[in-house]
Design a protein around this ligand. Structure first.
Ligand code: DGL
Length: 283
């Protein structure tokens, strides 16, 4: 018998706005603090929505893992979290997890799932030079999902990809108030600029939710003249559409949920408190 959270053909079971518990949270999920770049936009769009921010710190980083490992972790964890916290909607605020496991998670959970996929479509509409850079994790940039977005929206453009795992580590460190060597940002910019056609890049897709957190540093490394695009505002709009007509009531304060042996909240408190999350729990 499948576990309780498994449901096949779940689309037909969608609740009406009136059936949704006003205290049911939105659950945002990432491997680490990257999803806070998505939460910032969700707060602007839906300030009254109760939120759980879940970070799989025990699994961080996802970008260097295999597809099988990521899919198993994400499906397993989201199943446990959905069963325990009964969210009204789950947002996978992670490009790596979404490009690999979004369809699988949708197959096994009843709850509406919003994913985060590289913003190639808006980038293709914005570029004037026709050359787009894409920074992501190693796992994201090799996905067929990215090939399909490129074929569908940017077939008449040139898309240059570069894996920048050090930017994940840098964003995690910066949000903990730790110093980061600026060479990390320069290496990421050079990874795109040094490819054939790279000097013509005018638009860069930040295809990892950690990267908007270091956009100022990246902008400096690119030396200006580049527009950065990410999916956060679009995701917040999508969540707004899917929760339209539902009421929100914050019964208790929002909280962060971490996997792992210890609770790192004290190191991260300023970053979370800026987004009105002031307590935490370890799963
Ligand atoms: N924040 C995640 C993403 O959007 C990945 C970071 C990691 O490597 O875990 O892809």
């Amino acid at each position: 018998m499948p576990p309780q959270w498994c449901s096949f053909g779940a689309q037909g079971l969608a609740k009406t706005a009136q059936q949704v518990d006003p205290a049911a949270p939105l659950l945002l999920f990432d491997s680490g603090v990257g999803g806070l770049s998505v939460l910032a936009e969700v707060r602007k769009a839906l300030p009254d929505a109760p939120v759980i921010y879940a970070a799989d710190l025990a699994g961080l980083p996802y970008g260097t893992k295999s597809e099988a490992e990521i899919a198993a972790r994400v499906c397993g964890l989201l199943g446990r979290m959905a069963e325990r916290f009964r969210p009204r909607l789950i947002c996978i605020a992670c490009n790596t997890a979404s490009t690999i496991a979004l369809a699988m998670v949708r197959d096994v959970l009843e709850v509406p799932i919003v994913g985060t996929v590289p913003a190639i479509k808006p980038a293709a509409a914005m570029t004037r030079s026709g050359v787009i850079g894409l920074l992501g994790t190693a796992a994201t940039i090799r996905q067929g999902y990215v090939d399909r977005l490129e074929a569908e929206f940017a077939s008449d453009k040139r898309l240059l990809r570069h894996a920048a795992p050090d930017l994940v580590t840098a964003a995690e460190a910066l949000l903990r108030g730790q110093a980061v060597d600026p060479a990390v940002f320069q290496r990421a910019a050079d990874g795109l600029r040094s490819q054939p056609g790279g000097d013509e890049i005018d638009t860069v897709v930040l295809a990892c939710t950690h990267f908007p957190l270091v956009q100022a540093q990246l902008s400096e490394a690119f030396g200006g003249g580049v527009t950065f695009v990410d999916g956060a505002a679009g995701i917040a709009r999508r969540i707004g559409v899917l929760t339209q007509g539902q009421s929100f009531q914050r019964a208790e304060g929002d909280f962060a949920l971490f996997t792992g042996k210890r609770d790192p909240f004290s190191e991260l408190a300023p970053a979370f408190e800026r987004l009105n999350i002031d307590r935490s729990m370890v799963l």
